[in-house]
Design a protein around this ligand. Structure first.
Ligand code: TYM
Length: 333
C-alpha cells in the first residue's frame, strides 16, 4: 500500500440520513475521500441495539448505502459496505469487551440518553455499543474518523482501549484521531434548537432528510423555531438563529461572522428562505443521483460485495495479529 492514511466512518441505518449527518459526517467524507484510503460502512450491527422491523431494516440499509454513493462517495475508489458482511467487527468487538471497563461504559452520555428513551429495552448491546464502535475503527488501523461532535466521547474511548491494548501487547493498533468539522459539527433540531437534530425524531419538522424535496425543505425552514427579537446574531442566547447560521455556514463555507454580516438588517423570514435555498441547492443533485442509482440494483450489489471483500482482507490482518498477541492457537481459516 502507498503512504495514504486510513479513514473509517459509518452511519447507523435508523430513521433517515439527515442534514445533521450530512454536514457533520457525510459531506466531509466526500471532501476527504481522494486523499485517504477510506472505508465507509452502513453500520447495521449497531442499529439493532434498538428494536427494528426486519423488512424495513433491510430496505433502509440499501437506501443508506445508495445515499452514500448519491452524496458523491466513489464506491470503486473507496470501500463502501455493510458492517454485518465483515465478521471481523463482531469478533474484535468481543475481544475488546474484555479490555473495557464497566465504569468507562457507564460514563457514556449516549448510553444514558438512549436508555432513558428506550427504558423497556436496555439491552447489553446498548451498553457495549461503544466497544463495537472501537472495534470498527481499530480493525482497519484507522488514522482518522470524520464524525460529528456527539461521537467525540466514543472516539476518546476507542483511543483509550487502543492505548490500553498496546500497553499490554506492544504496538497492535493505530491510535485514531477524530476529524470534527468546525462548522456543522452539531446541527440542532429545527423544532427544538436546544436538542440535536436526530434521524429518529418523531416530529418530521425537526429534521431535514437529505432526500427531502425543495418544497418540503423550504416549508421546514419556514417553520423553524426561533426567538422573537428579530436580530440575526450568533449567540448562545439565540439557539434557533445560531443553528440556522451554522447550517448556512457549513454549506457555503462562510464563517458565522460573514453570515451575520451578509444578513445584517434583514428579517428572519428572508434569512430562513435563504438558508432553505442553499440547503435545497446542495441536496437537489443528491436526490437526483439517488433516484437514478436506486434503479441500478446490480451496480449497488457490486459495490457492497467488492467493498466487503476488500474490508474483510484488511480486517483479517489486524485480527490475526490480535489473536496471536492474546495467545490463541493459529487457526485454519
Ligand atoms: P449516527 O448514525 O448517529 O450519526 C452518523 C454521523 O452523523 C453525525 N451526526 C451529526 N452531526 C452533526 N449534527 C447532528 N445533529 C448529527 N447527528 C449525527 C454523527 O456524529 C456521526 O458522525 N455510533 C455512530 C456510528 C458509528 C461510527 C462507527 C462512526 C458506528 N461505528 C465508527 C464512526 C466510526 C452513530 O451512531 O452515528
Amino acid at each position: 500500500m502507498d503512504d495514504k492514511k486510513i479513514i473509517f466512518s459509518g452511519i447507523q441505518p435508523t430513521g433517515c440520513i439527515t442534514l445533521g449527518n450530512y454536514v457533520g459526517a457525510l459531506k466531509n467524507w466526500v471532501d476527504l475521500q481522494h486523499d485517504y484510503h477510506c472505508l465507509f460502512s452502513v453500520v447495521d450491527l449497531h442499529s439493532i441495539t434498538v428494536r427494528q422491523d426486519p423488512k424495513l431494516l433491510r430496505k433502509r440499509c440499501m437506501e443508506f448505502l445508495t445515499q452514500y454513493l448519491a452524496a458523491g462517495i466513489d464506491g470503486e475508489e473507496n470501500i463502501v459496505y455493510f458492517q454485518s458482511h465483515v465478521p471481523g467487527h463482531a469478533e474484535l468487538g468481543w475481544i475488546l469487551n474484555c479490555y473495557t471497563y464497566m465504569g468507562e461504559l457507564n460514563r457514556m452520555t449516549q448510553f444514558k440518553d438512549k436508555s432513558a428513551k428506550h427504558a423497556d429495552n436496555i439491552n447489553a448491546g446498548l451498553f457495549t455499543y461503544p466497544v463495537l464502535m472501537a472495534a470498527d475503527i481499530l480493525l482497519y488501523q484507522t488514522d482518522l474518523v470524520p464524525v460529528g461532535v456527539d461521537q467525540k466521547q466514543h472516539l476518546e474511548l476507542a483511543r483509550d482501549i487502543a492505548g490500553r491494548f498496546n500497553g499490554i501487547y506492544g504496538d497492535v493498533f493505530k491510535v485514531p484521531e477524530a476529524f470534527i468539522p468546525k462548522e456543522g459539527a452539531r446541527i440542532m433540531s429545527l423544532q427544538d434548537p436546544t436538542s440535536k437534530m436526530s434521524k429518529s425524531d418523531p416530529n418530521v419538522n425537526g429534521f431535514i432528510s437529505i432526500l427531502d424535496d425543495t418544497d418540503t425543505i423550504m416549508r421546514k425552514f419556514k417553520k423553524a423555531v426561533t426567538d422573537s427579537d428579530g436580530l440575526i446574531a450568533y449567540s448562545d442566547d439565540k439557539p434557533g438563529i445560531k443553528n440556522l447560521i451554522n447550517i448556512y455556514s457549513a454549506i457555503t463555507h462562510k464563517t458565522p461572522d460573514e453570515v451575520v454580516a451578509e444578513f445584517d438588517g434583514m428579517g428572519y423570514g428572508q434569512f430562513k428562505t435563504a438558508v432553505g435555498e442553499v440547503v435545497s441547492d446542495e441536496l437537489r443533485p443528491i436526490r437526483e443521483r439517488y433516484e437514478d442509482l436506486s434503479k441500478n440494483k446490480d451496480y449497488i450489489t457490486k459495490i457492497y460485495t467488492q467493498g466487503a471483500q476488500r474490508a474483510a482482507g484488511m480486517a483479517r490482518r489486524t485480527l490475526n495479529k490480535v489473536k496471536r498477541k492474546v495467545g490463541y492457537v493459529d487457526g485454519v481459516l
